[in-house]
Design a protein around this ligand. Structure first.
Ligand code: NAD
Length: 259
């Protein structure tokens, strides 16, 4: 890591980028009122850890019923939440022409609602805003499925009777190949990567940071706690996304005003 105060160095990293990619995790949404995974583990534990695993979900109607209770609670939280100052700062970086793409692990829809161009948003773990049939692959708006869903039920596909599942990637489930390839291509094309609000403990997303670094990109991390990769990266800012990103945006704008 280079010497100097982290925040100005992070702003220089962002302002100097030709193609900036931002990798976000649950921490960017905590200030919108959605608990992150590490902070929320105890909360979600009441549903039973097994119900977040793909094999258990597919294999047991009882697990599916528990999962749908948890999913309904998460969806209600996400719908009530609003994009925060950090989400909005990233949209402004896109409008400034600095940001190539946001690759997000989040499934809350807040980046989309903040206003990114769809082509610049890669939701690598899917989105809770849609429901997918595991049989015929039909996609249904979540809001309609939850409106018709009774408490303690697991819904079936109206077309084929197949298992319906929120269109999010569960533990032990493959990320769709096209989505994983898109995320990797964005990172490979970046000369700077900014990680925001991720523990970098969930693979394969976490490896995107080292992938970028190994390919010669500069990498900055904004996170409240340490990640396993901090020592290998260029700038680490220990702070809240809603404090840090608007300040980075302001510095980037200042750097772009001709003297
Ligand atoms: P994580 O919970 O493992 O880590 C979040 C990190 O964010 C922590 O290291 C924490 O210190 C940091 N953090 C918390 N609030 C912050 C803030 N205001 N500013 C800066 N940093 C902050 O999250 P992850 O790495 O994204 O992995 C968890 C998995 O759970 C992901 O797959 C994600 O899809 C899923 N998840 C998503 C949501 C969501 O969509 N909002 C919420 C919970 C979990």
């Amino acid at each position: 890591m280079a010497a100097g105060t982290p925040l100005p160095r992070l702003a220089r990293l962002v302002a100097g980028a030709r193609r900036l990619v931002v990798l976000t995790g649950a921490g960017i949404s905590t200030e919108s009122g959605i608990p992150d995974y590490r902070g929320g583990e105890e909360h979600w534990a009441c549903y039973g850890a097994d119900c977040f695993t793909y094999d258990a979900f597919v294999g047991s109607a009882e697990v599916r019923r528990r999962y749908w209770r948890a999913a309904r609670e998460f969806f209600a939280l996400a719908r009530a939440a609003e994009p925060n100052r950090a989400h909005r700062a990233l949209v402004e970086l896109e409008r400034e022409g600095v940001l190539d793409a946001v690759v997000t692990q989040n499934v809350d829809g807040l980046h989309r609602r903040a206003g990114h161009a769809p082509a610049r948003l890669v939701e690598i773990h899917g989105t809770a805003e849609w429901i997918r049939c595991l049989g015929c692959r039909r996609r249904l708006p979540a809001v309609e499925v939850y409106a018709a869903l009774g408490d303690g039920e697991a819904p079936a596909c109206p077309d084929c009777g197949g298992i319906l599942k929120p269109d999010v990637v569960m533990f032990n489930e493959w990320i769709p190949a096209s989505v994983a390839a898109e995320a990797a291509a964005r990172v490979d094309g970046a000369d700077a990567l900014l990680v925001v609000g991720s523990s970098l403990l969930v693979q394969p997303c976490a490896s995107l940071a080292t992938r970028a670094k190994d390919a010669g990109a500069r990498v900055g991390i904004v996170n409240l706690s340490a990640t396993p990769y901090d020592g290998e990266m260029d700038v680490i800012v220990r702070g809240k996304a809603c404090d840090v990103l608007p300040r980075v945006l302001a510095d980037v704008r200042r750097a772009r005003i001709p003297a």
